[in-house]
Design a protein around this ligand. Structure first.
Ligand SMILES: *Cc1c(COP(=O)(O)O)cnc(C)c1O
Length: 226
């Protein structure tokens, strides 16, 4: 990907995000995370030069490789994938800005134990399986609020900042919308507990997600395409 294409992709995305957020409110600010999981460190550097500052990876090893390769750039790294227990220590050592994919109380408690041992804290989101799809990680919507409270109560080294969800994997926009609204409703109920981010929306559905109240989108293909 050359600089011109990177700038073009980013400009187009920003224009659409800007229009979508203004349809919600002038005060509705949306943060864009560039998902670099199918791309190279060079492509991340090119998009950084075009102005993108936050990037997300879904494998601990890839996050490590890219963050080491791009060490000199002050990139804000997010972890957005399934976290295996044997990778927790590696992830903590990479000091990500936000781990978006805490998908169970058990994982949170395991992570908290290892954070305590290292004397570190970590910002995180609770992932919700709003579309109730077997293929997806995340807590079921019915227990999301209870799980969020339990993590706050039992995991002092995890700083919960909100929720993350992946839209329903279907063609029908109404069903995708319903899954986003389920997540948004939970997010609203968690605001008194300090929830700040409602992370939802990817390349195919970020405008709909923003219309449903998302304030953080995770965009891969649309940003990195040639
Ligand atoms: C891959 C991925 C994305 C980005 O998907 P695109 O369709 O490439 O925009 C967003 N969120 C998560 C959790 C992902 O794994």
């Amino acid at each position: 990907m050359n600089k011109q294409i990177a700038t073009q992709n980013l400009d187009k995305l920003i224009t659409k995000v800007e229009a979508a957020r203004l349809r919600v409110s002038e005060h509705h600010i949306v943060k864009i995370i560039g998902v670099s999981k199918y791309s190279t460190s060079e492509d991340v550097a090119t998009l950084y030069e075009a102005g993108q500052r936050a990037f997300g990876e879904n494998k601990v090893q890839d996050l490590k490789d890219k963050s080491v390769a791009l060490d000199e750039l002050p990139i804000e790294w997010h972890f957005i994938g399934r976290l295996q227990k044997n990778k927790i220590n590696n992830l903590i050592d990479l000091r990500p800005s936000l781990v978006q994919s805490i998908d169970s109380l058990e994982l949170a408690q395991e992570l908290n134990k290892k954070l305590e041992a290292k004397g570190k804290k970590l910002n995180a989101l609770l992932q919700i399986n709003s579309a109730k799809e077997d293929s997806k990680a995340g807590v079921m919507p019915e227990i999301a609020i209870e799980t969020y409270q339990q993590i706050i109560q039992t995991c002092p080294n995890i700083k919960l900042k909100g929720v993350m969800s992946i839209g329903a994997h279907v063609e029908d926009r109404d069903i995708i919308k319903e899954s986003f609204l389920t997540t948004k409703k939970i997010f609203d109920e968690l605001k008194p507990l300090g929830a700040k981010y409602c992370s939802m929306g990817m390349s195919s559905d970020y405008e709909l997600a923003i219309a449903c109240g998302s304030n953080m989108i995770r965009v891969g293909f649309t940003l990195f395409k040639n």
